[in-house]
Design a protein around this ligand. Structure first.
Ligand SMILES: Nc1nc2c(ncn2[C@@H]2O[C@H](COP(=O)(O)OP(=O)(O)OP(=O)(O)O)[C@@H](O)[C@H]2O)c(=O)[nH]1
Length: 363
């Protein structure tokens, strides 16, 4: 029961957020839904109470406001637009500005109308961001100042003392300044968090030594390319590649030099493959290369080119030079294969290349 209520609440609060995955926008949409619902209910209830006080103009304004808040929510709900949030938040802000100007102009009930104005700065800044929020607040302030300071209270249907008017404007400016600072800090921390989380996300898919994708990064690319190849009916070829007799490089020149060889081979792969190819360090001295839109025949040409580049590369160690070679197993993915089947098939071909004497490509 509680779980059902929680789910219903979640669905309600996230109304209109299905088009985006951006957590900042989702938060704005949630707050916007809360605000339009509470605004709709409060203005409706106050409208009912002023109705019984026979204040029909107030009542009409409050009912219209309540209705407009409802429309703002329904715009989200109906998802008439691909991105409904700007429409509903603008409608809500304009409604709020007009009703606040009205409350100041009339003094509301017992001249308490201006008290509500302090909700405007946080809302305008939260929904519009600092730049748009401040422009909106500037325009709103201009309207309010004109209403309050037009000579002889010509635009007011109530009376405020000059001291009240000045202090009202000062306090509104103070609240605006405080919320601008708050919003600035909030936006900055959010951006920093976003950058950090992107860095973590990036690192989680990268191999630290080579800078290439790691297994996780490669699996993501594989799943994406696999779906794309099915849709576009294009070919994918995999190359499983392993450095030959790498143990002897470690034994002869040390582990550090071995690491350097892995880095150099990775760089040579990167320099000689297309940007749309994905290269991963699949294990210690093993690499997996994903070639989208490439059939087996083209894959063999690419693999041979890479094999030749590696075998011709001269490594140095103190005053000595040495070479290394790679063995490769290729496999063109069939639509009936699973990703793991395809990887195993490429691995089997690599195994054959090793068994046949290394420094060769088998498909
Ligand atoms: N320097 C270094 N060595 C690594 C790394 N990862 C794995 N190795 C080494 O790579 C070697 C792989 O050895 P083997 O599996 O026997 O293969 P191989 O010597 O390349 O021989 P074949 O694959 O049969 O040609 C092992 O000695 C591992 O310690 C690494 O990150 N850095």
């Amino acid at each position: 029961m509680i779980q059902t209520l929680k789910n219903a609440m979640r669905i309600f609060l996230h109304t209109g957020s299905s088009y985006t995955k951006n957590p900042a926008i989702i938060k704005q949409i949630v707050v916007m839904n809360v605000f339009s619902t509470i605004g709709c209910l409060i203005t409706f209830c106050i409208g009912v109470s002023t109705f019984f006080q026979d204040n029909h103009i107030h009542t009409s304004v409050l009912f219209i406001t309540s209705f407009l808040f409802l429309i703002a929510f329904l715009i989200q709900k109906a998802e008439l637009f691909r991105n409904p949030y700007p429409y509903s938040s603008n409608l809500m802000l304009v409604t709020l500005f007009i009703v606040m100007a009205y409350l100041i102009q009339t003094g509301g009930v017992d001249n308490t109308g201006p008290l509500w104005v302090y909700i405007i700065p946080p809302i305008a800044l939260f929904f519009g961001g600092i730049q748009k929020g401040l422009i909106n607040l500037g325009l709103f302030g201009l309207v309010i100042a004109t209403l309050l300071f037009y000579p002889d209270d010509f635009l007011l249907s109530t009376h405020y003392s000059n001291t009240f008017k000045l202090r009202f404007i000062y306090s509104l400016l103070t609240v605006t300044a405080l919320f601008t600072v708050y919003e600035f800090i909030r936006e900055k921390s959010y951006t920093e968090l976003e950058v950090l989380s992107q860095q973590f996300e990036f690192q989680a898919k990268r191999d630290m030594l080579s800078g290439l994708h790691n297994r996780r990064g490669m699996m993501e690319s594989l799943e994406y390319e696999y779906k794309r190849s099915k849709r576009t009916q294009s070919n994918i070829t995999l190359i499983m590649c392993d450095l030959d007799k790498f143990k002897s490089i470690n034994d002869q020149f040390g582990h550090e030099k071995g690491d350097e060889v892995i880095k150099t081979v990775s760089r040579l792969f990167q320099l000689n493959l297309r940007e749309l190819d994905t290269i991963a360090r699949w294990g210690g001295e093993e690499f997996l290369i994903l070639l989208p839109m490439t059939d087996k025949e083209k894959g063999i040409i690419i693999a041979e080119k890479l094999r030749d580049i590696i075998q011709r590369h001269v490594f140095t160690y103190n005053d000595k030079t040495f070479n290394t070679t790679v063995s490769m197993g290729l496999y063109q993915i069939n639509t009936t294969d699973s990703i793991n089947d395809a990887i195993s098939a490429a691995d089997n071909n690599l195994y054959k290349a090793k068994a046949l004497g290394r420094n060769q490509c088998i498909s």
